[in-house]
Design a protein around this ligand. Structure first.
Ligand SMILES: [Fe+2]
Length: 640
């Protein structure tokens, strides 16, 4: 009680200060699990947000986000002393309680995983106040606040959304105890109505199949989703019969005999392996039909659960808008179905839906929910296109290119620049595109992107194998002018998807008839590359085997120069879409600085690099430098 009163007094004092015109700076932090990040909110405005991996070049970096914090403060023009609140995105003591209880429930069989987890808990996580103070030298005046994991996710979904009122759904692996929640956001307050608790978790269920199919947990879920359309959901009934007890409201209980994450170091148990016909696939081993069928089956189960939960959320709240966050909200195939099949009229998805976004949500939670500050939803949203990271000016880039002795072109006007780039794309060149503030969240949205001509049938395999060095089956996504998106994809004319989190079918009129074996969704998985390369539409490079596409809509307000580039390409070719994939190779975080972009460009078969106003063409460069860079760059990043 005393603690509550003290917290109240603190926030009351902050309110009084604010009446005198003092700004309130809140720094949100997520760290120590995966995808560490920092976010800065000043007087309710999202000023900056970035993931630590982009600076350290270590994918999913889980360390304290020192560089992301330093960046956020510099973007806001603040010193650590000027921070009012530092908020951590979950409550470590409750999490530790869950860890202990789980261990005791399975003791002694979980001792090995418990022993491995303990040192980092004892060293850092249990003493998080001390750890945060240690890392945030100078911020002694700032109050430390800890929000619950799903409060952070729900806040990241609702507060930046364009809605005055919305239902929310958070879906992830696990936070403290909650694994999924639903509730409402109204004005500046969130209300939680229902929780699903550990060990029953949609995120962990999907991750178990991710691991079983040979992909990394917390990063390979995307690959499993991309693999699903190659298979048939033949294990759907088996999963529902043996693995989970699914109820009409979308809640479920998992049969823990089939899983090992409570007590072991693996996700699945021997019983799971017996049920699905063998041991887990080794990373990089051949993908068999069984794996594609498993991917299709668990994807169908996930969609069924998400749709049921959404219907339950709608039933309980009666609202017409839905917002989503949590790692499962990155499953854009499920999101696409949710949008098409209802029951909600409008959906907004937090682009940094995973734990990185928890830093932003926690900061917004303090501002609105705890400080009770009013909220004025913006007509699009308050996420600023998720361009919340650092930008690098032309002067710095010019100096860098001079240092590198790199030949470049610098057109006099933006028009000339965009026309030149549009021509290069039209000629089949692959472009590294670096412009403006870096994206916050896992997707490249036109600030740190690799672009290509979506009409070019050979580009998918070229880009997968020679530029990204990744698995041949993985699809690429299109970016498309918002005003023309519904001409190509099954989307409402006004439906935005600025964060590339919705999968929509390519319209029939753009499809080419399937080959007979394609229609039956055969042959076996060994021929994935051959199947990927078949032309399925007038935009073959971005049309997946099931005629779907993960669409990003591009509009003039959010996307500025990137929008104008698409307009230039449309003017030249009539086509309003491009391939848009993240600017990195497999295992590498998306590039952050011009130096990162230049290294990645040199090391791959990318043809052109556009660094703000400068164009570099590989053909005009010294090939030996590129060849030397190739191995050096690749050796830095472990394939994910
Ligand atoms: Fe989470």
């Amino acid at each position: 009680m005393l603690v509550k009163q003290l917290v109240f007094c603190f926030f009351f004092a902050v309110k009084i200060l604010n009446r005198k015109g003092v700004v309130t700076a809140i720094l949100g932090i997520s760290a120590f699990y995966h995808d560490s990040a920092a976010a800065l909110v000043v007087d309710g405005e999202i000023v900056a947000a970035a993931q630590e991996e982009r600076f350290t070049r270590k994918k999913h970096d889980a360390g304290f986000p020192s560089q992301a914090v330093a960046y956020c403060l510099s973007e806001g023009g603040l010193r650590p002393e000027q921070l009012d609140t530092v908020v951590f995105y979950d409550k470590p003591l409750i999490k530790f309680d869950r860890l202990l209880e789980t261990y005791l429930a399975y003791a002694p069989s979980g001792f090995k995983s418990f022993r491995l987890a303990m040192p980092v808990w004892l060293k850092e996580k249990l003493h998080l106040r001390r750890t945060l103070r240690k890392h945030l030298a100078g911020a002694d005046r700032a109050r430390l606040v800890f929000t619950e994991h799903h409060e952070s996710h729900a806040a990241s979904a609702f507060f930046p959304s364009p809605f005055e009122r919305a239902a929310f759904l958070t879906l992830d692996g696990v936070g403290e105890w909650s694994t999924a929640t639903l509730g409402t956001g109204e004005g500046n307050q969130l209300t939680f109505l229902k929780h699903l608790l550990f060990p029953h978790s949609l995120g962990l269920l999907y991750s178990a199949f991710t691991a079983y199919c040979g992909f990394k947990v917390n990063s390979g879920e995307y690959k499993l989703m991309g693999l699903a359309p190659f298979g048939q959901p033949v294990f759907f009934e088996q999963i529902l019969k043996h693995l989970i007890d699914l109820r009409p409201d979308g809640s479920f209980r998992m049969n823990l005999d089939y899983f090992n994450y409570c007590q072991g170091l693996t996700m699945t148990s021997e019983k799971f392996h017996r049920l699905f016909g063998g041991p887990p696939r080794k990373p990089e081993a051949l993908l068999e039909q069984r794996h594609t069928d498993l991917a299709a089956s668990i994807q169908k189960v996930l969609e069924e659960i998400v749709l049921r939960m959404a219907r339950e959320t709608h039933r309980q709240t009666g609202m017409t808008n839905l917002v989503l966050a949590g790692g499962v909200a990155l499953n854009c195939v499920a999101n696409g179905r949710l949008l098409r099949e209802g029951p909600f009229e409008n959906i907004w998805l937090q682009p940094a839906a995973g734990d990185a976004g928890g830093a932003l949500g926690a900061a917004l939670f303090v501002w609105h929910q705890l400080l009770d500050k009013p909220r004025q939803p913006a007509s699009q949203d308050s996420q600023h296109g998720s361009f919340l990271g650092p930008r690098y000016g032309s002067d710095r880039i010019a100096a860098f290119l001079t240092d590198m002795k790199a030949p470049y072109e610098k057109p006099d006007t933006e028009d000339e620049l965009l026309t030149r780039v549009a021509h290069l794309i039209g000629q089949g060149k692959v472009i590294g595109w670096f412009h403006g503030r870096m994206e916050f969240g896992p997707r490249a949205l036109g600030a740190r992107s690799i672009l290509g001509d979506a009409r070019n049938a050979s580009l998918q395999s070229v880009m997968n194998l020679k530029i990204k060095f990744r698995e041949s089956f993985r699809p690429f996504a299109p970016c498309v002018l918002l005003e023309r998106a519904s001409e190509y994809f099954d989307l409402r004319p006004d439906q935005e998807s600025p964060y590339m989190l919705l999968v929509a079918p390519v319209l029939e009129k753009h499809r080419t008839p399937p080959a007979p074996d394609d229609r039956e969704n055969k042959p076996a998985a060994g021929d994935l590359l051959e199947r990927v390369n078949r032309v399925r539409s007038t935009l073959p490079a971005i049309t997946h085997v099931d005629y779907s596409a993960r669409v990003q809509t591009v509009d003039s307000q959010r996307h500025g120069r990137f929008y104008r580039l698409l307009k230039a390409f449309e003017k030249l070719t009539g086509c309003p879409a491009l391939i848009n994939t993240s600017f990195n190779i497999r295992g590498e975080p998306i590039v952050c600085t011009p130096e990162d972009a230049y290294r990645c460009f040199l090391a791959t078969d990318m043809d052109v690099l556009v660094l703000e106003d400068f164009i570099l063409v590989k053909e005009q460069m010294d090939r030996s430098a590129a060849q030397a860079a190739h191995q050096r760059h690749l050796s830095q990043f472990e394939p994910d």
